[in-house]
Design a protein around this ligand. Structure first.
Ligand code: ADP
Length: 661
């Protein structure tokens, strides 16, 4: 995969978040953002809770102080009244009133212990007239902030009050003891009451001081709380904003990179891949995007080379290649189409095929077009005539197939071949063949007539030569005998030639009908007729059982005669001739083979020997006239068969086929 990237701008590089942050999954990043804000909210809630607890605590202490102060004042009032009335009810009221500050003191003393007992604290505060619900706040405030600032001062004042409270209780108890004793001691009573008054004044001062210090502390605390709430809110929000901004920036850059990549792809630029900034989902997306781009680039390249290949094939094709739409208009043509029609490409594209055909063939061509377009069938090698731009006509064959896209026929694609040259050649060949057949017939006729007519004078020459020979026999002149021998031999050769020619021409004019022929019988006939030659050469002629078949009997006889006599004639000087005739049935025909062990035939002359008057060997060694095998070939063709020769080792084997019945 291509990993080229656009160089990133320096400012962007500086603003990049840390690698670990970039590689985190987007889900984790978003969860982290949510977590940050949840933490901020929880912290704020905790701060608010703490502030509430502190405020509640301060409020409870202020309220408690009011009760405490009232209790102390009531205690002083009732003890003084008791001094006057000696009424037990007043004494009890005094006791109830003094229990309030004593309860508060009990709670404070317990809270000052490191391992305080909450129950004792609660009991003390409740005795001091405080609501049990406020106790946790009071404990919290005392134990967390009790050692600091104004609160510590207020608690110090509270502690100072203890001593006076003890003195108050002492004085009250002394007064009671005095009264209970029954002794009347106005001076002592006076002194005790003055002390109580003094303690009261002192306690009242301390209470005021306590209230003022607590008030200051409360205001200070309020400010501190407010400040810390604001500060921590601001700090948390800043942190949250920073994290969120980092994450959002990274996501934005990743998305922007993908967007730019998508725009580039849309504009056809597949060369610059998208920058892979991280390993998160966007990074994976960018990687997949780049892979996709690489695949598309590959696909486009293969498409381009496929198009180039198609164009090359189209342009180098020797036939017309074209495509038509459903209305029969050309949508694609190659160079050869233009050459064949004489129209330039711009005149063909978009034009209908109709203008390329003369009126007399148009209906048929239209039918072919419909066959392809409407029925979806192919048309193969349809022969017709094309009318070129200059009006000249060319013979063509065309083949067309439907062009199917998404299961629908959208046109056709076809090829056309200019066959005018082939047509001309075929016509010339046909004319030539007819001419040849005519002259052959004439020649055969001439040969027949001439041979026939030559027989008569030949007979005369033969008869008179014999008469002449008899007449001069008495003279005993060797020259005469020699001359007569020459004449007789020449006459014999001429007769053979004439007979051969007659036989050759008779093959095609034979009058007999096809008959059942037993090849065994015919072969025996031939062997009998060649008896002298067989004996003279010491030949051995053998054969396998041969079939019966439908043939012209005299022609078959002649065929076997020629082949067997050749097999005996073209023998080797050193060994006695051996001839074997066999038969094999194959593909509905009989193949008959005549094998000899003679001088053999060079394969390069295998065709030539079946042509009239073609001889491979000299007349002196092997007298002949080159007619035998030509006659054989003609006989075999007359039967619809085939004749050929193959070399055998030694000698040769002639095969011919005849139809099996
Ligand atoms: P001819 O026998 O009168 O020469 P043919 O037409 O019978 O003419 O044969 C043509 C030539 O084929 C012969 O001249 C000879 O050279 C060759 N030929 C034919 N049969 C044989 C054979 N069995 N062995 C070798 N050569 C042969």
């Amino acid at each position: 995969m291509d990993t080229r990237t656009r160089p990133a701008a320096p400012s962007r590089a500086r603003r990049r978040p840390a690698r670990w942050l970039r590689d985190l999954s987007i889900v984790i990043k978003l969860n982290a953002m949510v977590a940050v804000f949840v933490a901020i909210i929880l912290t704020l809630l905790a701060l608010a809770g703490a502030a509430l607890a502190i405020t509640n605590g301060v409020r409870a202490y202020v309220g408690g102080e009011g009760l405490w102060s009232k209790g102390q004042k009531d205690a002083v009032y009732y003890v003084m009244r008791y001094a006057r009335t000696h009424d037990e009810a007043d004494w009890r009221k005094y006791q109830a009133a003094v229990a309030i500050p004593l309860g508060d003191r009990q709670a404070r003393l317990e809270m000052e212990k490191p391992d305080y007992d909450y129950a004792i604290v609660e009991q003390g505060f409740v005795q001091g007239g405080n609501a049990p619900e406020d106790v946790p706040y009071m404990v919290f405030l005392f134990r967390t902030l009790g050692g600091y600032g104004h609160l510590a001062q207020a608690i110090g004042i509270w502690r100072q009050g203890d001593r006076h409270l003890d003195r108050l209780v002492e004085a009250a108890d002394a007064l009671r003891t005095l009264h209970r004793g029954g002794a009347i001691n106005p001076a002592r009573e006076r002194e005790l009451l003055d002390r109580i008054d003094q303690i009261n004044a002192e306690l009242t001062r301390l209470e005021r001081e306590f209230s003022a210090t607590l008030g200051k502390g409360a205001r200070w605390l309020q400010r501190v709380l407010l400040l810390s709430v604001f500060a921590s809110t601001a700090l948390l929000l800043a942190c949250g904003y920073w994290v969120a901004r980092r994450i959002a920036l990274e996501l934005r850059l990743g998305i922007l990179g993908l967007r730019e990549g998508a725009l580039r792809v849309a504009a056809g630029d597949l060369d610059i891949p998208v920058e892979i900034r991280s390993h998160d989902e966007l990074g994976q997306l960018a990687r997949v995007f780049n892979d996709m781009m690489a695949h598309r680039r590959q696909a486009e390249e293969s498409l381009r080379s496929a198009h180039e290949f198609r164009d090359k094939v189209m342009e180098s094709a020797t036939n017309s290649i074209h495509a038509l739409d459903l209305e029969g208009r050309f949508t694609l043509v190659n160079r050869r189409t233009c050459e064949m029609t004489g129209y330039p490409v711009e005149e063909l594209l978009g034009a209908s095929y109709v203008k390329l055909f003369p009126p007399e063939v148009l209906a048929e061509v239209n039918r072919q077009f419909e066959t392809v377009i409407r029925e979806g069938r192919t048309v193969e090698q349809f022969e017709t005539v094309l009318q070129r731009k200059d009006g000249s006509r060319v013979a063509i064959t065309f083949s067309s197939a439907p062009l199917v896209r998404d299961g629908r026929i959208v046109g056709l694609v076809g090829t056309a071949e200019d066959i005018s040259a082939r047509k001309r050649a075929e016509a010339a060949l046909a004319a030539h063949a007819a001419e040849l057949a005519r002259s052959n017939a004439e020649l055969e006729r001439f040969a027949y007539v001439a041979s026939h007519d030559l027989q008569e004078p030949l007979r005369t020459v033969t008869s008179f030569t014999q008469l002449l020979a008899q007449r001069y026999t008495d003279r005993n002149d060797p020259t005469v005998h020699e001359y007569v021998g020459f004449i007789t031999e020449s006459v014999q050769r001429m007769r053979d030639l004439i007979e051969g020619l007659l036989a050759y021409s008779r093959v095609s004019h034979q009058r007999e009908a096809l008959q059942d022929v037993d090849l065994n019988e015919r072969l025996q006939q031939v062997i009998a007729s060649l008896d002298a030659a067989i004996k003279a050469s010491g030949a051995r002629v053998t054969h396998d059982p041969l079939p019966r078949l439908r043939a012209y009997p005299s022609l078959i006889l002649r065929l076997l005669q020629n082949l067997l006599s050749n097999a005996l004639k073209f023998r080797r000087a050193d060994i006695a001739p051996e001839v074997h005739v066999s038969a094999a049935r194959e593909d509905g025909v009989w193949r008959i083979s005549v094998r000899d062990n003679g001088i053999g035939i060079d394969p390069q002359h295998a065709e030539r020997i079946f042509v009239l008057f073609q001889r491979l060997h000299t007349r002196d060694d092997f007298p002949g006239n080159g007619l035998g095998l030509a006659i054989c070939k003609k006989i075999i063709e007359q039967h619809g068969g085939r004749i050929w020769v193959e070399p055998a080792n030694p000698g040769s084997v002639f095969h011919f086929t005849l139809p099996a019945t």
